[in-house]
Ligand binder design. Structure first.
Ligand code: SAM
Length: 279
């Protein structure tokens, strides 16, 4: 692995990309079997609260059959496939890491969905999005990782048709860091990303790019979700070690403990949903 690839892999938490194949085996699928998208969507959503954020995007943006949607930071394509399957729209799934992109393409193809979900690989900042190509942009727990957010939002603005809309969900900072323990937890969570913007920071960034903005604070559900997830992994650690091996489970547990602390004990981190309108 080159130094550049190593840096990329380090930047991103969600690098246990092959885990999906273990999960599919548990459901009785063999290598290269066709997949039922309704089985897959229980396994391929790399964010909190299952498909609920995608349903929120559909409702808040009014996404309709035939719409053209860009999914920024698509992971292995879970939200893109769910959206395309449910609404019968066309989704471009943009993903930075080649491994995630490759697995996403494989899963989309095995679901027979290559006609409605198109995968593109690369940094969203460098990806050719065109002008006035999309009706909507959706992004779930990914925008945090894009360093140059002013440039990203300008680019998304240009890529939208007049009247186009954006939905994204992201982690937000709720207060200033107060001590070394909080700083250490935040640094561990953020990895190479430097900052955790507040709800107000995101609103300002979007307005600066020309959008009209509505903000939804979902910190309470992030608090409950991170607590419940930590309790589940902790209680069932042995079962998970049998399935995924010790290294992965311990790495994952460290992350779940840290997010639980950040969202609960420290009250430093929460969540936000942002709806932005191209005016
Ligand atoms: C937490 S995952 C969420 C994936 C997906 N949105 C989901 O909810 O299933 C964040 C994803 O954003 C991708 N990502 C990070 N920076 C990116 C960038 N600059 N351009 C495109 N994708 C990026 C990561 O590689 C990772 O797959």
């Amino acid at each position: 692995m080159s130094e550049e690839e190593h840096k990329l892999m380090q930047r991103i938490r969600y690098r246990h990309v092959e885990k999906i194949y273990t999960d599919l085996k548990e459901l009785g699928y063999h290598d290269n079997d066709s997949l039922n998208v309704t089985d897959l969507i229980r396994l391929d959503q790399w964010h909190y609260l299952g498909t609920e954020p995608v349903d929120a995007a559909i409702e808040l943006l009014g996404i309709r059959e035939g719409a053209r949607v860009l999914d920024v930071g698509a992971g292995i394509g879970g939200p893109s496939r769910y959206l395309a399957h449910k609404i019968k729209c066309h989704v471009t799934a943009s993903e930075l890491l080649p491994d995630n992109h490759r697995v996403g393409q494989d899963l989309t193809s095995r679901c027979g969905m290559t006609g409605s979900v198109k995968h593109v690989c690369g940094d969203i900042i460098m990806t050719e999005l065109g002008n006035q190509e999309f009706d909507h942009v959706m992004s779930i727990q990914s925008i945090l990782y894009v360093e140059d957010k002013p440039r990203l939002f300008r680019k998304l603005y240009d890529s939208l048709k007049p009247g186009g809309t954006v939905f994204f969900e992201v982690f937000c900072r709720l207060k200033d860091v107060e001590n070394a323990d909080e700083q250490a937890a935040l640094d561990f969570f953020l990895l190479c990303t430097n900052t955790l913007p507040t709800h107000q920071d995101y609103r300002q960034l979007l307005e600066d790019a020309g959008f009209k903005v509505t903000v939804h604070d979902i910190s309470t559900s992030y608090r409950e979700y991170t607590y419940g997830r930590w309790a589940n992994w902790d209680e069932h650690r042995d079962k998970y070690v049998r399935l995924y091996e010790e290294d992965m489970v311990d790495g994952w547990l460290k992350l779940t403990v840290t997010t639980k602390k950040l969202c609960n004990e420290f009250g430093l981190m929460g969540g936000g949903r942002f709806v932005a309108y191209k005016v």
